[in-house]
Ligand binder design. Sequence first.
Ligand code: WT7
Length: 676
Amino acid sequence: MSKSEIQEESPMEVYDANTTAPLSSHKAHHASSIRDVSSYWSNLATSKLEWFAPHVGGASGALSGSLIDGSVSWFAGGKLNVCHNAVDRYCHAPYDRGNDVAIVWEGDEPTSVLRITYDELRMEVCRISNALMFGGVRRGDVVTLYMPMVPELAMTMLACARIGAVHSVIFAGFSADAIADRIQDANSFYVVTASEGRRGGRVLPLKSICDDAISKERCANIVRRVFVFDGKDEGGDKWEEGKEGKHVRFTPLVASMRPVCPCVWMDAEDPLFILYTSGSTGRPKGLVHTTGGYALFAMVTTANSFGLSQQTGPSDPHNMSNRDVYACVADAGWITGHTYIVYGPLLNGLSTFMFESTPMYPDCGRYWDMVQRHGITVFYTAPTAIRSLMRYGDDAPRRYDLSSLRVLGTVGEPINPAAWKWYYDVIGNGRCSVVDTYWQTETGGHVIANLPGITPMKPGSCTLPCYGIDLAVLDPTTGKEIETSPAEGVLAIKQPWPGMARTCLGDHQRYLAVYMKPYPGYYFTGDGCRRDEDGYIWITGRVDDVLNVSGHRIGTAEVESALVAHYSVAQAAVVGIPHEIKGQGICCYVTLVEGYPETDALVKELYLAVRTHIGPFATPDMIVVNGALPMTRSGKIMRRILRKIASSELDTIGDTTTLSDPSVVDELILKVDKFF
Ligand code: WT7
């Protein structure tokens, strides 16, 4: 480790693992990339992707529309297919890499490992494409995927892309209610699931959760067909085709299909997928990502942030040392998996890793065991996983040979310096770059990240904007851009970039209201931040009512609506609390309808209500029942006070005399105290 020249006002440590290029040239390159974003991205689009037909308007016309009215489009008129770019092109000249591994899958048990070559992937994706079309799926249809972390998930996403269908992946931790809401919102006629999945030695009954969802009234008349892959193990597949009218046994159907299926020519602006995410209202929004812009952004950011490059020629089987083994251990059900497990790596012709299990199964050495067995060079995970593994000490990682590692990525929330240092020292042995990647479901890919070997690192900062990203820190009250550093404000982006979500499915007004209208002319991230004098960005967290629990985004309003849907709940207010492992935990305050006394059984039901409405990952950390909540005299719940009580910040609770009944505060303080 060597300290670089950069000094901070506070004694901040700076690391520059193997920096090869001066920071000034990186900054100059960034400055030139945002001078003319249309040409910058157009040149990359031409050199990185294979197009069936070029976009209209040349380099200067690649971008049209603006952030002001939310009419952005990239490479319009250009024709391409993402599946062709991520799979087929690597099977033939000039790449000729059909025999190279595209996907390494490691199942729940460390002994179940599959390696799938680009040729095999192409043929299987073609079979799935043909099977989907045979089952009725047509271009433009939304196909809902509720799948375990198995290769078929990535293959089905790619098959949708191939035939022009729009996938909507729902993370396998979501409940039947949440699936039903999303199927209805997207008007999705088709569902793909598996009879079951496995995680940490437990069986996930995915088909039966799906069955619950589609039997709900709001979905019954929408869903036409449910394609069910067999589970990887025996059992679970005991249902009979034909008995359940809509279900199709998918594994044998796929196997019976021709392994050839032409790629549909899609317009660059055709939707590639939708992905639901939480906002500040109770209803999740389906963000729409498009074909050309998303693919380019996924490809370029994967290569830049992890120091990987497009694999342009046939690899030499006798010399594997120049090949990276890239592993992002997220779930493909979130945007991280979409961009950095499936699309980004495959578009670069790399081999990607799919991991079905958890970092704790069969024990807390699982990740490090995988690094050693597979020779992983780039490893990408979330701070919450690092923190939970850190608790078990250094023994587990020290038992394994981690010398293959070169780059360690982190994503999802600010990483606290202690976790950063453990990752850097114990996992990376002080040799690796820790890449802190800031982005969102909406941005499609990284927008702030250090470049390994280029950007000096400061633990806890996601550092500097990515190429082609024009950041701004805005004063939240005036909306004016703060041009000088240091600065503190809200984080925004000043010019369109290809990977940005284009709309909320079926609700463009909502898209405008949430992202474009708060600060006209800017894309608003919803995050607060600080920029230090080196221009480094420090994310301070969401400024809206969105929580970040173990890197999962959960709207407080969503949890509140799950609670008030329960017959006994009169009022609910949900706030975040600091949590050692999860980053943030969920604290719920409720008042009950008259006549329902607070019993243990009832409170248990309320925890369950959140799990069934959203999913187990949204289970509250505490539910505080009280006769009243702190309200202003005009009847508004004072969430600011609830937040202070929940995090035991009693000395900064502020003035409570404006409350209609200030004594409520003392009652709540006593009740919250009991949880600690
Ligand atoms: C929110 C987006 C994008 C993949 C995972 C989450 C927070 C994300 C970082 C980071 C600080 C981060 C932000 C953002 N966030 N990465 N490196 N440092 N905060 O995607 O569910 O869309 O959540 O996660 O608050 O707005 P998401």
